[in-house]
Design a binder for this molecule. Structure first.
Ligand code: NDP
Length: 329
């Protein structure tokens, strides 16, 4: 038996509880991993609270990320003792995930734990941080270099936002952070933001075109915020869109795209190909300051996950949450 968060849905309703489960509840897979650490992302919050239909099979262990050690494997790439990480691939949605002492997965989904990181540091990054790096890579791919001008990061005090601010600042970009929490301005400046703006100027309906300001953007919020960011992006600028913390709608016009040549670059981490994942993790090992990572991270136990999921969705959690998992029996 081992400890897990389990989501069930039956005649008693939708619920997440911590309980001891056995291997019979784990899905099919060719690698079994002893989980050292997991994390809480926005999507985990949605899964645990049931606020959105993220979980599509029941019962299911949530947790879209994990880091741990291979216990057994029939996959040619992995041997017992290998240290691995997993992000996405539908884990924590349609396949049981990381918020348990043990997980069974497809070996093709795993990547090696980068030598630069402990399992806890890899989970401090987690899907949120790896997605922030995918946004940075997309900006680079579209030619946004630090000399082009300011980069705006929305939802900046959240997980994706915090890592994006730290990465971009370290890479020499001038970063403007947008947050609804004015009290987090000193934190965002410590991560490297040169200016902090209040989200109230962004999350309301705006003009089709506004004064040109941003050379690039990392948007984690969607809705009016994304529309306003596009409207104020400079000629030829690039907006990376990865989130929906403010809504999944996009009440925008085509004007920034057809009059200013703005590029809207979608970023998905879940099904991102392996080569891009390996590139993102290699760049995280090189470009993310471990001191800044420590600054944005808090560590909790499995027993604190369920209440923390609600707080995360309520926008009360700053930066990243690592879930330290006890050793399996
Ligand atoms: P967090 O909860 O850590 O951060 C979200 C942040 O968004 C909050 O901290 C807050 O920032 C801001 N926010 C919350 N509610 C609102 C609102 N109503 N209006 C405006 N801003 C709001 O989540 P993550 O950083 O983990 O994820 C951010 C988003 O990115 C989520 O929508 C998530 O689903 C998405 N995501 C997408 C991925 C992909 O593959 N495309 C991968 C990972 C995440 P502040 O307090 O600074 O205002």
């Amino acid at each position: 038996m081992f400890q897990a968060i389990l989501i069930e849905k039956d005649e008693q309703g939708y619920r997440a509880t911590q309980q001891a489960i056995d291997d019979s509840l784990l899905p099919a897979g060719d690698v079994t991993v002893r989980v050292a650490a997991s994390t809480l992302n926005y999507k985990d919050g949605l899964a645990i609270t049931g606020q959105s239909p993220v979980v599509r099979i029941f019962p299911l262990v949530p947790g879209i990320d994990l880091a741990g050690t291979v216990e057994s494997s029939t996959h040619p790439a992995w041997q017992p003792g290998d240290q691995v990480i997993l992000n996405g691939w539908g884990v924590g949605e349609t396949h049981s995930g990381g918020l348990a002492e043990r997980a069974r997965l497809k070996g093709d989904w795993l990547v090696p734990l980068p030598a630069a990181f402990t399992p806890e540091q890899a989970m401090a990054i987690g899907t949120a941080g790896y997605t922030a790096m995918l946004c940075v890579l997309a900006l680079e791919r579209h030619g946004v270099t630090p000399d082009k001008g300011e980069i705006v990061v929305t939802g900046a005090a959240g997980g994706v936002g915090s890592v994006a601010v730290a990465l971009l600042a370290r890479l020499g970009y001038t970063v403007v952070a947008v947050t609804g929490r004015a009290s987090e301005a000193p934190y965002l400046k410590e991560l490297g933001a040169s200016e902090v703006l209040d989200r109230s100027a962004f999350n309301v309906p705006g003009k089709p075109l506004a004064k040109e300001r941003w050379a690039g953007a990392v948007d984690t919020v969607g809705s009016h915020t994304l529309a306003n960011v596009c409207a104020s992006t400079r000629y030829g600028g690039v907006v990376t869109a990865c989130g929906l913390a403010g809504g999944f709608d996009l009440p925008a016009t085509v004007m920034p795209f057809i009059l200013r040549g703005v590029t809207l670059a979608g970023v998905d981490s879940v099904m991102a190909p392996r080569t891009l994942r390996l590139q993102a993790w290699e760049r995280l090992a090189r470009d993310l300051d471990p001191v800044k990572l420590g600054l944005m991270t808090r560590t909790i136990g499995l027993d604190e996950v369920i209440p923390m999921a609600r707080q995360l969705l309520d926008g009360q959690v700053r930066g990243r949450v690592v879930v330290k998992i006890a050793k399996a029996a």
